[in-house]
Design a protein around this ligand. Structure first.
Ligand SMILES: [Zn+2]
Length: 345
């Protein structure tokens, strides 16, 4: 099958790549329709590794996906051939202690698409467990279905923050994960979300997502802008989605007493933050790693209109141009949020 293969750091090819997959009784075979390019895919391409995960042999990229079921295993009754679906890319060990505790995203043995040595899904079809495959209603497009993966991170973050109706939140960073967190925070009940970045185009997209105050921190102080929105009190929640060392170091400053911080962006190096600054406000700090069983909520919000991800999809390439799509994504083009690849019919 034709696949987008990361041969090694900085070398991609679109080529025939046989993947031997057998359909188990609880599996489905899915024909891929749309696959989003994630920052992690681009990072494996440009750096060959993320932390302990090193690309040692050719690997197919892509993990944000939607498709159509073309075959179902003997014991699958809840899905049928022809169903439009999105897929959760991480498969935990069902018997692991993490999984049994409901923390399956933290299972050390999780097998996650396009995380070495597991192949991703920039290829015609994939076999996947039915338990991690979710039906899309007719009014949710394949493009939106492929956005459920990043959206799930924002929804998991908003859940961890225990958003209350009328909260005022800050989202630091207007990249794809920052913007899905804005959508999740608003859908969870935030009265307003203050979004900080240095890219005016991305802030412009953020501003169109609802009750959003964009703040370009190259010109304006986030603390001052937050004071102006909260009568000097501070924000109830800060979602740190930049992974940026300086942003993280100052994360408690715009927060109200008793507020919450959720670390979502992944710093590339260990970073410092101001513990005493958090203590004098008795801040609750949460950390997020991917998500656990929020896909049904994400799909339900896309179907009801509570969340619209379409403003975040800024460019689409055909599969035949997927090497060019990655070369383009690797330049971190200003104003691009989510770049997707459409698979051929
Ligand atoms: Zn992703």
């Amino acid at each position: 099958m034709q696949a987008l293969v990361l041969e090694e750091k900085n070398r991609l090819s679109l080529r025939d790549f046989p993947v031997d997959e057998t359909l188990g009784p609880r599996d489905v075979r899915i024909k891929l329709k749309t696959v989003g390019i994630c920052g992690s895919d681009v990072h494996y391409y440009t750096h060959g590794a993320i932390g302990p995960f090193v690309v040692r042999e050719p690997m197919i990229l892509g993990h944000e996906a939607s498709g159509i079921i073309e075959e179902v295993g003997a014991d699958v009754t809840e899905l049928a051939v022809g169903d439009r679906v999105c897929m959760e890319p991480g498969i935990p060990d069902p018997a692991s202690r993490s999984t049994r505790l409901g923390l399956y995203n933290l299972d050390p043995a999780v097998r996650f698409w396009a995380t070495p040595p597991i192949h991703g899904v920039l290829r015609p079809s994939v076999v996947h467990p039915a338990d991690f495959t979710f039906k899309l209603p007719d009014n949710v497009s394949f493009a939106a279905g492929a956005m459920v993966e990043p959206l799930a991170v924002g929804v998991h973050g908003a859940t961890k923050a225990q958003v209350k109706p009328g909260d005022i939140a800050i989202v630091i960073g207007a990249g794809p994960i920052g913007l899905v967190t804005v959508l999740a925070a608003l859908a969870a009940g935030c009265a307003r979300v203050i979004v900080s970045d240095v890219d005016d185009t991305k802030l412009g997209i953020a501003a169109k997502l609802g009750a959003v105050t964009p703040v370009n921190v190259s010109r304006t102080s986030l603390v001052e802008a937050t004071k102006a929105e909260t009568a000097g009190w501070g924000a109830d929640i800060v979602f740190e989605c930049s992974g940026n060392e300086r942003a993280a170091a100052a994360v408690f400053e715009p927060l109200c007493p008793g507020g919450k911080v959720v670390f979502i962006g992944i710093p590339l190096e260990p970073i410092r933050y101001d513990v005493s600054g958090g203590q004098i406000k008795e801040v609750r700090v949460e950390h997020v790693f991917r998500y656990a069983h929020v896909y049904p909520r994400c799909v339900a919000m896309l179907a009801s209109g509570a969340i619209d991800v379409s403003p975040l999809i800024t460019r689409t390439f055909p599969f035949s141009a997927s090497v060019a799509a990655f070369e383009y994504a690797a330049t971190s083009p200003a104003g691009e949020v989510k770049i997707q690849i459409e698979m051929p019919d």
